[in-house]
Design a protein around this ligand. Structure first.
Ligand code: SF4
Length: 351
């Protein structure tokens, strides 16, 4: 998503951020081949004691009579990075800053937060883009796509590969990286097909791309179902083995002990997931997992050294403003440091 009109008043700071990135590119601090993406939660200026239970929060507010925080919240309801990221009603809403997300993601006391999203070049950890989003996974993944698109449009740089954690391993996001952008995903796949009851998992079945079917461990064809799909939207395709094959199969007790035949499901973007699975078995993947730490170190610096554990401004625009200023400071610091003490580039890994 491009910088929207909601953030227009802070456009000047994003332009400044871009100028700093250009300076880093000119100083040869950006490799352009490998990027890492991650998000960190920053506490919002909102308190639980002044919040309202989410199911009691009134969406039918009149923007004309509400404060700017509520006006921003209402304007963001259809935005994929904010209100439209999920239909789940939050447990609490802070009327002072309703776009802040009540989250228990850090496994300690829950709090209101925004997500600070960084897209970095792994050569020297230069921040290529920064985006504020709602503090939930779907919004963070959407922000990563926004930043990849915007970095390509602004600087003409699209990485060959991207490293990220499991939160970015959904099939639609891997489809975006592999099929839409042509970026190799160094990302663990979110995969719930593994079975732990001793029966065969989907990995034990081999997919035949030419004939769009699976071959089971007993060498039988498991064809694609022609039945109309009823569940999980249109994203999953079902394959059923033939009852006649399974009836006399010596492996039935390890395959489908309670049903007459075996069902396999395949995501419509399974091919993109397979690309990520194949990359996860390479030696390069081990190195890129270490490269990912660079974005975590930037967040640690942000909180411990720049002391940005809590936002001072409210609203999505306020979060975007503070995150952008912090990213400018971190890039300038890196630029100054590496200009004074140029790195020994001969020891850098070529991906
Ligand atoms: S039970 Fe059916 S699907 Fe499973 S291995 Fe045997 S023939 Fe193949």
């Amino acid at each position: 998503m491009p910088v929207t009109s909601r953030f227009r008043q802070y456009d000047v700071f994003h332009r400044l951020f871009e100028r700093v990135v250009v300076a880093c590119i000119r100083a040869d601090l950006v490799g352009g081949s490998g990027f890492a993406v991650d998000a960190s939660l920053i506490a919002a200026d909102a308190k639980k004691c002044r919040s309202t239970p989410g199911d009691k929060w009134d969406h039918e507010l009149d923007p004309a009579t509400e404060n700017r925080a509520v006006q921003d919240y209402l304007a963001s309801l259809d935005d994929p990075a904010w209100g439209a990221a999920t239909e789940v009603v939050p447990k609490f809403v802070a009327p002072a800053d309703p776009a802040a997300q009540w989250t228990g993601a850090l496994r300690n006391a829950a709090f209101f937060a925004y997500a600070d999203n960084y897209l970095i070049d792994v050569k020297f950890g230069i921040i290529m883009d920064v985006e504020a989003s709602r503090a939930i996974r779907q919004a963070e993944v959407g922000a990563s796509q926004t930043m990849i698109e915007r970095t390509e449009a602004t600087f003409g740089i699209k990485p060959d590969w991207l490293v990220a954690d499991t939160a970015y391993g959904s099939a639609p996001n891997l489809h975006f990286l592999v099929d839409v952008k042509g970026i190799a995903p160094h990302v663990p796949v979110i995969d719930k097909s593994k079975r732990d009851d001793g029966t065969f998992s989907r990995d034990d079945f081999i997919y035949d791309d030419d004939h769009d079917c699976y071959v089971c461990p007993n060498g039988k064809i498991v064809p694609r179902s022609t039945r109309k799909r009823k569940t999980r939207g249109d994203d999953m395709v079902s394959y059923f083995s033939r009852v006649a094959d399974c009836r006399s199969c010596p492996l039935k007790s390890k395959c489908c002990p309670k049903t007459p035949s075996r069902k396999i499901t395949r995501h419509i973007h399974e091919a993109a997931r397979d690309v990520a699975r194949a990359i996860a078995k390479t030696a390069a993947y081990e190195q890129t997992r270490r490269d990912r730490k660079k974005v975590e170190m930037l967040f640690a610096h942000l909180k411990r050294i720049l002391r940005m554990g809590r936002l001072r401004l409210r609203r999505p625009a306020g979060a975007q403003f503070e995150f952008t200023l912090a990213a400018i400071a971190q890039n300038l610091r890196r630029l100054a440091k590496l200009t004074i003490h140029p790195p020994d580039t001969s020891r850098l890994r070529v991906a």
